[in-house]
Design a protein around this ligand. Structure first.
Ligand SMILES: [Fe+2]
Ligand SMILES: [Fe+2]
Length: 378
């Protein structure tokens, strides 16, 4: 398959050689030479400590992170256009007043938080690619896959998208995973954590108004806003696990520093959103287009409620960590490093975020994940 993120033919060839284990050293050297000649200006501007090359594993870890951040940026931009604050800091779209108002039912500051989260993802994506480039490694470019039509509702820029927010199936078991004091997915891989919103885990749900018709029924519009309110933490808890999981296999201390410095901002996103999701007003609505029903229960009363569901329990409950012989510990979980990148690709795919994407897109994502999962320390 082809590596569409690279504009450098020499780098594609080098990478193919490396992957096939043929003449890796010679091909890599040739690639460096050609690239360096073509970017002498960049070379002059590089600080001395940035001149050494990344290991293949470190580059693969950062490339997978960059791809994930590009995808995050793409859907956060869609949210910012419709329910954030479109302005010069995060350009695109003009806002959808009805959807913004429905989302503000969860918290009056939702629009500001949406904009800040969007801004953060842009910088994650830009930084990771710039760092890769500064180390003469391939950056990630997903622009050839910007082919999906997004929302046509008031406020949308109407530009083509990488991700699909209109057919989501959400696994909201993170809600109980972070409230459980007895189970950790790393120690109990077969344990099923209950869903916070069981109906979001089946069928396809839109998290944005697809058209202006979606904003006409206030109850359905609130259901869309509630769905967005649960999509935000569902996504961000993924990043919350991805970075510490990948960091365990970083080779250079600087790459480790990048991963453990970006990761906790995903955690800050996650906790903010998990707090706000708890404010989603209880309701049941049927999608007038698909006929799919969704119910947001009162998570504070029976059969919900208690340690597993109470909405203000937003700090991670201490749970078993590494071994049940050790005392419980308040931690991010899971952080198992094996297969983490492919796990994230599968998680996002199952969510429906890529519905409509081409086979080449999935092949590229699997390839990036496979390379990241092969990275080893030392
Ligand atoms: Fe991010
Ligand atoms: Fe994020």
């Amino acid at each position: 398959m082809h590596h569409a993120w690279s504009n450098m033919k020499t780098e594609i060839n080098r990478r193919s050689f490396v992957k096939n284990g043929i003449a890796a050293a010679g091909a890599a050297t040739a690639g460096v030479g050609l690239l360096a000649n073509g970017s002498s200006l960049l070379a002059e501007q590089e600080p001395e400590e940035h001149s050494s090359r990344l290991t293949r594993g470190d580059a693969a870890l950062l490339r997978f992170a960059a791809a994930a951040e590009i995808l995050e940026t793409d859907f956060w931009v869609q949210y910012n256009e419709l329910c954030g604050i479109p302005d010069s800091e995060v350009p695109g779209g003009t806002g959808n007043p009805a959807f913004t108002a429905a989302l503000s039912v969860l918290d009056a500051d939702m629009a500001q938080y949406v904009q800040d989260n969007t801004d953060d993802e842009f910088t994650h994506q830009n930084f990771l690619n710039a760092y890769l480039t500064s180390k003469r490694a391939d950056p990630v470019n997903l622009e050839p896959f910007r082919t999906l039509s997004g929302s046509t509702a008031t406020g949308s820029s109407g530009k083509l998208r990488l991700t699909n927010l209109m057919e989501l199936t959400l696994d909201t078991s993170w809600w109980t995973r972070y409230r459980s004091s007895t189970h950790n997915p790393d120690l109990d891989p077969t344990f099923t954590f209950p869903q916070a919103i069981p109906t979001l885990a089946v069928g396809k749900h839109t998290a944005i108004p697809r058209t202006d018709a979606d904003t006409s029924d206030p109850n359905f519009l609130q259901a869309i806003a509630n769905t967005a309110g649960f999509h935000f933490p569902t996504i961000e808890q993924g990043g919350n696990s991805l970075y510490p999981s990948m960091a365990q296999r970083a080779d250079s201390v600087e790459v480790l520093r990048i991963l453990i410095s970006i990761g906790p901002t995903e955690t800050m996103h996650f906790q903010t959103w998990s707090d706000k999701a708890g404010n989603a007003p209880p309701l049941t609505a049927v999608d007038p287009v698909t006929g799919v029903s969704v119910t947001f229960p009162d998570l504070n009363s029976s059969p919900f409620g208690g340690e597993n569901f109470q909405t203000n329990l937003i700090m991670p409950e201490p749970c078993p960590f590494l071994s049940r012989k050790l005392p419980p510990c308040s931690i991010i979980r899971p952080t198992e490093t094996r297969g983490i990148a492919m796990g994230v690709v599968n998680f996002l795919t199952a969510m429906g975020l890529f519905i409509g994407q081409s086979p080449a897109f999935f092949a590229l994502m699997r390839d990036l994940a496979e390379d990241a999962d092969q990275a080893r320390r030392g």
